[in-house]
Write a protein that binds this ligand. Structure first.
Ligand SMILES: Cc1ncc(COP(=O)(O)O)c(C=O)c1O
Length: 362
C-alpha cells in the first residue's frame, strides 16, 4: 500500500523506554527516578493551581513559562534570556536537533550515551556522527573536534556509565570543536562538577537539565536549556507555543523554591549510591565511579566469570524476583554490565540480598 508519510518515517525506530511494571511488589531500579517524593510544596502548589473547581484549567498556561525561566535563571546566576523551559529535557533535546541537525549538518554523540539522540536525528531525517568510547571511558577530544558535527551531544554524567567529564576537558573540547556543544546534565546535581560556570565564556555551549531526577518530578515533565540568548531565541522559534502545562509550571516553581529539601534528598541518594558501589566493589565487581543516581557494575558469578551472559543471568534472576534493573546487551561495552538506579536503603537491601541469592544459584 502506498504510504502518504515521508519515506523515512515508516523506517523509524521509536525510543524504547525502561519498563514501567504495573502491580505491587516491584523493586523498581531501572529508570533512574528519584526514590523519594518531591518536596511537599509541590503537591500543595498543584492543588492551589487546580483550585476548588479546576476553573483555572480553562486557561492556557504562560506561553514562555516566564516565572519559571526567572526562577531557573536565579538558581544558576544567569538571566532569563539564557533559559528555555521544555516539556521534560527530552523536549529541549528535540528542539536542539530540529534547529541544528539536517542532512548536511550532522549531529554527533558518543556511544554508549543517551539512546534518545539517534532517535531524534532519525525523526529529523538527519545524519549522525557516532564516536565510540573505549572501556576507559576517556573522552576522545580530537575525534570529536574532527567529527564535522554541527551539534554534539555530550552526556555528563554519562548514561548509562555514570562517569562525569570535568570542566577542564569540556573547555578543551570547546576550544577545538567548532559546532554547538550540548552538555546533557540530567544527572549533574549528583555530581561534584557541572558545566554551568563555562556558559559565561562559551556562547557555543548549551547545558540541558531536568527536574525528573534530583527534583523527583519525572511525572511532571519539566526540563530546561541554559545557553547564549541567540541559541535560546532559536529554540523559542521552534517549540510548541504552550509546551509546558500550568500544573507543570506550578510544580516546578514550588520545587525550585524548596532547595533545603532537595539538598537533603540529593545527599541521601549520593550516600546510598556510594554504599552500593562499595558493596559491588567488595564483591570484586568492577564498578565505574558514578556522579549520578545510578551505578554501572559488571557482575561476576561465583566462579569469577563475567561477560554478557553473566550480566544477563543476573538480570533475569533479579527480574524473576521482581527486582527491575537495566541491561543493555546491544553494545560490547555495556553488555557485561548492569545499570542499577539508586533506590531507598530498604530497596537497595532487597537488591543486595537478591544478588547474594543469585551468586549462590549461578
Ligand atoms: C541523559 C539523559 N538526558 C535526558 C533525559 C530525559 O529526561 P526528561 O525526563 O527531562 O525528559 C534522561 C532520562 O532518563 C537522560 O538519562
Amino acid at each position: 500500500m502506498h504510504s502518504p508519510a515521508l519515506p523515512h518515517v515508516p523506517r523509524l525506530h521509536a525510543y524504547t523506554p525502561g519498563l514501567q511494571p504495573s502491580g505491587p511488589g516491584w523493586t523498581k531500579l531501572n529508570t533512574n527516578e528519584c526514590p523519594y517524593p518531591p518536596s511537599p510544596a509541590v503537591a500543595a502548589a498543584i492543588r492551589r493551581e487546580v483550585g476548588e473547581d479546576g476553573a483555572s484549567l480553562r486557561l492556557y498556561p504562560n506561553p514562555r513559562s516566564s516565572p519559571l525561566r526567572a526562577a531557573v535563571a536565579a538558581l544558576h546566576g544567569l538571566r532569563e534570556e539564557n533559559v528555555c523551559i521544555g516539556n521534560g529535557s527530552d523536549d529541549i533535546l528535540n528542539l536542539l536537533v530540529r534547529c541544528y541537525c539536517g542532512g548536511a549538518a550532522p549531529a554527533g554523540f558518543m556511544l554508549p550515551s543517551y539512546s534518545l539522540y539517534p532517535v531524534l536525528v532519525g525523526i529529523q531525517d538527519g545524519r549522525s556522527t557516532v564516536i565510540e568510547f573505549g572501556r576507559d571511558l576517556r573522552l576522545p577530544l580530537p575525534a570529536i573536534a574532527g567529527s564535522g558535527a554541527a551539534i554534539f551531544f555530550l552526556t555528563s554524567p554519562n548514561a548509562p556509565t555514570g562517569v562525569t567529564f570535568g570542566n577542564a576537558e569540556i573547555e578543551q573540547l570547546l576550544q577545538s570543536f567548532t559546532g554547538l556543544l550540548v552538555v546533557d546534565e540530567a544527572y549533574a546535581p549528583f555530581a561534584r562538577e557541572h558545566a554551568v560556570p563555562l556558559l559565561a565564556r562559551h556562547p557555543r555551549l548549551v547545558v540541558v537539565r531536568t527536574l525528573s531526577k534530583a527534583y523527583a518530578l519525572a511525572g511532571i515533565r519539566v526540563g530546561y536549556a541554559l545557553a547564549d540568548p541567540a541559541v535560546i531565541d532559536l529554540l523559542d522559534r521552534v517549540r510548541d507555543s504552550y509546551n509546558v502545562s500550568r500544573l507543570s509550571q506550578a510544580a516546578a516553581l514550588a520545587a525550585l523554591g524548596d532547595p533545603d529539601y532537595y539538598r537533603a534528598v540529593i545527599a541521601r541518594v549520593c550516600a546510598t549510591r556510594d554504599r552500593a558501589i562499595a558493596d559491588c566493589t567488595a564483591r570484586g565487581w568492577f564498578t565505574y565511579p558514578s556522579g549520578s543516581n545510578f551505578i554501572f557494575t559488571e557482575p561476576s558469578d561465583a566462579r569469577g566469570g563475567s561477560g554478557p551472559a553473566v550480566a544477563k543471568s543476573a538480570y533475569d534472576f533479579l527480574c524473576a524476583r521482581k527486582v527491575l534493573v537495566r541491561h543493555f546487551p546491544s553494545h560490547a561495552l555495556t553488555a557485561p554490565f548492569l545499570r542499577i538506579s539508586v533506590g531507598t536503603d530498604d530497596e537497595m537491601l532487597v537488591l543486595q540480598n537478591t544478588l547474594e541469592a543469585w551468586l549462590k544459584h549461578a
